[in-house]
Design a protein around this ligand. Structure first.
Ligand code: NAD
Length: 547
């Protein structure tokens, strides 16, 4: 594997801002207030499970630095109380026919779309992402509601199985809800990740205690509010706030199952705590996702896919592309076109559809991105585009960045950046690129671009990646909510979406009813003749290929 050439004037890229801003909006957004009235935020805050005199933390809008809300914080007692309330409501909910539970999701689907303008603004205000990227969250949330509304009955239906003595042993597997599920979500996709993990838990008959990240708690509460409006018993879904290392473990302490989305580091702690309590958990963690461009790729589509893959939500997307491997035959052509398009991207903080790339969400993320790019630059990487903060657009903006000559020893070579930064590499052949793409402790999502369907499939099956997108950057796999999604290796445990996404929230219970004969010597047979007949019966079952 050779790093790419650096003839595209990287030094110039370091001196001049390479990315433009939305025309007419080079100046910063002055206030989020018209888009997030205080009364609206106050109504959402009222739904949190907090004590009578809670401490509050100030939550700041990434786009302007303004205060969004003084967010009351739940204490350990509040978390316990939240579980008690959800548990009290859960039995009656689980006793309702699945069809009734599905009807709530069907109504929620429509409410999500009917209220999309409010939701888009709230998501933009809390995360700093563009309106188009915010809509992805609404789209996947509605699709999840639709999918489980239509499929939950099938996923949960009792299944008849072959008995130990066929015909006379009647066996049925039932799926029982776990009880009350703890759902812990991060700040980057606050609506979508909450919907993807919470809706299947509810429709399976569980209660939920949700701990969103403080930064984006209101989006989670708004989703709950719409679910209650759709007919969900209000007590069934509790939302608790608080500092992650304090409230998070309190949630795991009381839950019957935990669905965690966040960093690999925290995921390990959650897994250890869940193991100590002998409860199950699913972990949706970080990634260092690779994109492979073969020599027969349609370059127009590939360049636009690469832009989406690298810069959606300013790269704060667990499945965003951070490594790009391009076949040497098309490398120069691809890089020229890609870098040109990256430089033409418009940064912006407007709460409309004008901007191509939005803001980072918090100071920590801005520091991480800045440090990783500086570390790479100092150690020999070249910046083909971006590579700088843009405080003129908003306090947390960072330009879409393209690097070459990234090598082992630079932090961003192997560590997740979680920002708008991609490293380009040149490759010669398929074996080499599969090995390079797999050279990571993560295994979340990958992307392959080629016109050759057979080649795409063969390469996909050799990638150590829970999701592989062919001729798409990330949305084909992640958005297909009927299929399981999740990560291999350090990217996680378990799967969300599809059958796996709901079965994780159930306990399988086998009920076997014996008829006619016992499973023991009977009809006057002694043990010796009984075991002989039983042995013959087993041989016959094998010959008859009985499963
Ligand atoms: P994080 O692990 O710091 O926090 C995630 C959530 O866990 C937050 O709600 C936080 O408050 C809570 N938390 C913190 N400490 C905890 C603890 N000790 N016990 C329980 N909960 C705790 O992650 P982050 O920085 O907020 O999110 C970004 C990370 O999430 C990235 O690594 C990204 O790749 C990953 N992510 C993964 C997916 C996925 O589907 N695989 C989706 C989105 C984000």
């Amino acid at each position: 594997m050779t790093a790419g050439d650096t003839t595209n004037a990287p030094e110039a890229a370091q001196e001049q801002p390479t990315t433009t801003t939305v025309p007419g909006q080079a100046e910063r957004l002055e206030s989020i207030r018209p888009f997030l009235p205080r009364e609206f935020a106050a109504r959402l805050v009222d739904q949190l499970t907090v004590g009578s005199n809670p401490q509050s933390v100030e939550i700041v809008a990434p786009l302007t630095g303004e205060t969004i809300v003084e967010l009351p914080q739940s204490g350990p007692g509040d978390v316990r109380h939240a579980f008690e309330k959800a548990r009290a409501a859960q039995a009656a909910w689980a006793a309702r026919p699945v069809g009734e539970r599905c009807a709530v999701l069907r109504r929620l689907h429509d409410l999500l779309l009917d209220n999309s303008e409010h939701l888009l603004s709230l998501l933009q205000v809390e995360t700093g992402k563009t309106r188009l990227h915010a809509f992805e969250e609404i789209g996947v949330s509605a699709a999840t509601a639709r999918h489980y509304a239509h499929s939950a009955r099938g996923y949960l239906r009792p299944r008849h199985k072959l008995g130990v003595l066929p015909i006379i042993t009647k066996v049925t597997e039932y799926r029982q809800p776990k009880g009350v599920v703890g759902v812990i979500t991060p700040w980057n996709y606050p609506l979508a990740l909450a919907a993807m993990d919470i809706l299947p838990a509810l429709v399976a008959g569980n209660g939920v205690v949700h701990k969103p990240d403080n930064q984006t708690a209101l989006s989670g509460v708004y989703l709950r509010q719409l679910a209650v409006q759709a007919g969900l018993p209000a007590e069934l879904w509790q939302v608790v706030t608080g500092d992650g290392p304090v409230t998070g473990p309190a949630v795991v302490d009381h839950a019957d199952y935990v669905a965690f989305t966040g960093s690999t580091r925290t995921g390990r702690q959650v897994a250890q705590q869940a193991a100590g309590r002998l409860i199950g958990c699913s972990l949706e963690l970080g990634g260092k996702n690779a994109m492979i461009v073969f020599d027969d790729a349609d370059l127009d589509k590939t360049v636009s896919g690469a832009i989406r893959g690298c810069y959606t939500s300013a790269g704060q997307l667990c499945i965003s592309i951070e490594r790009m491997y391009v076949h040497h035959a098309v490398y120069d052509q691809f890089v020229d076109r890609f870098v040109t398009e990256v430089k033409a991207l418009k940064l912006g903080s407007t709460l409309d559809f004008a901007a191509d790339v939005g803001s980072l969400t918090n100071t920590k993320q801005l520091e991480t991105v800045t440090q990783q790019v500086e570390d790479a630059r100092i150690k020999g990487a070249h910046v083909l585009a971006g590579g700088r903060r843009r405080p003129d657009v908003g306090p947390l903006f960072y330009e879409p960045t393209v690097l070459t000559d990234v090598a082992a020893g630079m932090t961003l070579y192997a560590e997740e950046t979680f920002g708008p930064v991609v490293s380009l590499y040149r490759f010669e052949n398929e074996a080499e690129v599969v090995q390079a793409a797999n050279d990571s402790r993560f295994g979340l999502s990958a992307s392959i671009w080629t016109r050759d369907t057979k080649r795409a499939k063969e390469a996909a099956l050799r990638l150590h990646s829970g999701m592989v997108n062919v001729n798409e950057a990330y949305a084909a796999a992640f958005g297909s909510v009927a299929a399981a999604t999740g990560g291999m290796g350090d990217s996680g445990l378990g799967r969300r979406s599809g059958a796996e996404g709901i079965w994780r929230y159930t306990e399988v219970q086998t009920v076997a009813r014996q008829t006619v004969l016992p499973i023991a010597p009977s009809l006057g047979l002694g043990p010796a003749r009984y075991t002989k007949y039983l042995g013959s019966a087993l041989r016959l079952l094998k010959i008859l290929r009985v499963r």
